[in-house]
Every structure is written in C-alpha cells, then in structure tokens.
Design a protein around this ligand. Structure first.
Ligand code: GRF
Length: 226
C-alpha cells in the first residue's frame, strides 16, 4: 500500500516537482495525494494541478501575524493545515521550501511522519541566506539534508545527505543551483526510504535504518564531481 504524501510549498516548488516525478514510477512506495501552499501565488501549485494532483491553499495572512496575535494565529493556521491533511487522508508530510513554522504540537503530532529538506549539511548553517553564509564562511564542502522535523527549525534526525565540493569560482547563485540539483536527487530517495519503512524515527530521536546498506549508501548522494 503506497503512503499518501502531502508536499507543503511556499514558492517555486522544484523539489515538489522532483517528488511528483519520482512518484510516477509504479514501484515507488509513495503517491502525492496533496500539494498545499500557504501562498495562493506559489508557482508550484500550477505544476501540481497540471499533473492532476489535488491542491490546497491555507493563506497564512488570513490568520494574523501581528506579534500580539501571532501565537493564536499560528495555532489556527496549524489547525487549518491539519484539516487539509486529514481530509486528504495523508500519511506523510514533506516540507519543500515551506516558509512557515509550525507550533510544537503540530510537529509532535506528525513526529516520524514529517520530513524537511534544507540546502546545507546540517547541523551546519540552519536558517536563511545559507548560500551566501557558506560562501562568506569559505566552506569547501556544501550540500543538502533531508531530516525528520522536530519543533526546532532546521534540526532533527537526519535521513540523508548529499555533498559537493565548492568551486573557487562559486557565488551564491551558482552554489544554490548546484545544491538544488542535488536536492532533487536526495529528497525522492529519502522519501522512498521513509515510505517503505527502511528509515524510521526510533525512540531517542534517532533515525534507524533497516539495514547496513541503507546506512552506508542508500541515504547518501555522492556527485561524481563538485
Ligand atoms: C530549497 O532550496 C529547499 O532546500 C529550501 O527551500 C528551497 C525550495 O525550493 N528549504 P523549491 O521551492 O523546492 O524549488
């Protein structure tokens, strides 16, 4: 039985597209049941609709983001997203460039069933503007990470990583583009591992792999060259 997946986006949705493409394979263990965006103008929504996938918008602006009302607003936003996920009978959630933070209760409810992708080798460089920060820091190895979501942002047990060598000529844009190409390989592979149960969140908040091969190679994407 394929796992029913919701992909949550805020913009371009290129990782969402990679997941949609992967899920077309008959033996892929997940199907994309829903693409949900907090922004009605997210470009990825049109691609999902074109592919015949159900879409939903939960516009965060409808819930108030002023400091005083933020906590209430976020709970209501989280509840609206939760309803959409329940309506679509979703088993697994993939955050893919989703620019809203959920409250701890939401993360707790989906624990072990919610993944995120981040364009650095976590735990290095959580947060925003990471490509610029990596260039400024002079890192020589960069990459991306798929991890289980925990209440802290860009943290959580790692499912898989992909790495590349930073070129002396790299700037923020070129580095972002090359990491993005790796993201598109890594996310479908990690979702596959979670959907077929070969990677799971075990007690003690560690990712447990079903066999040594997955641990050694299956959760790692190694480009031929940087
Ligand atoms: C990706 O770099 C992802 O790692 C980060 O946000 C970006 C989303 O890009 N979380 P896209 O919308 O998937 O093209």
């Amino acid at each position: 039985m394929k796992k029913r997946v919701a992909v949550l986006i805020s913009g371009r949705g290129s990782n969402m597209s990679a997941l949609l493409d992967a899920a077309e394979a008959p033996d892929y263990p997940a199907s994309i049941a829903l693409v949900l965006s907090n922004r009605p103008d997210a470009a990825g929504l049109a691609r999902a609709a074109d592919a015949g996938v159900a879409t939903a918008v939960v516009d965060h602006r409808a819930f108030g983001t002023k400091a005083r009302r933020y906590a209430d607003g976020r709970d209501a936003f989280d509840a609206a997203v939760e309803r959409a996920l329940t309506d679509a009978d979703v088993d697994v959630v993939c955050l893919a460039g989703f620019m809203r933070l959920f409250g701890a209760a939401f993360a707790e409810r989906w624990k072990g069933r919610i993944l995120n992708i981040h364009p650095t080798l976590l735990p290095a460089f959580p947060g925003l503007h990471v490509h610029r920060r990596m260039i400024e820091a002079g890192v020589k190895i960069a990459g991306c990470t798929v991890h289980f979501v925990v209440p802290e942002t860009d943290a959580g047990p790692i499912v898989g990583q992909a790495a590349l060598a930073v070129r002396p000529s790299d700037d923020e844009e070129s580095l972002a583009a090359r990491i993005l190409a790796l993201e598109h390989q890594l996310y479908p592979r990690c979702l596959e591992l979670v959907a077929n149960g070969r990677a799971r969140l075990a007690s003690g908040d560690v990712t447990e792999f079903a066999d040594a091969l997955v641990d050694a190679e299956g959760a790692l994407v190694n480009p031929v060259s940087g």
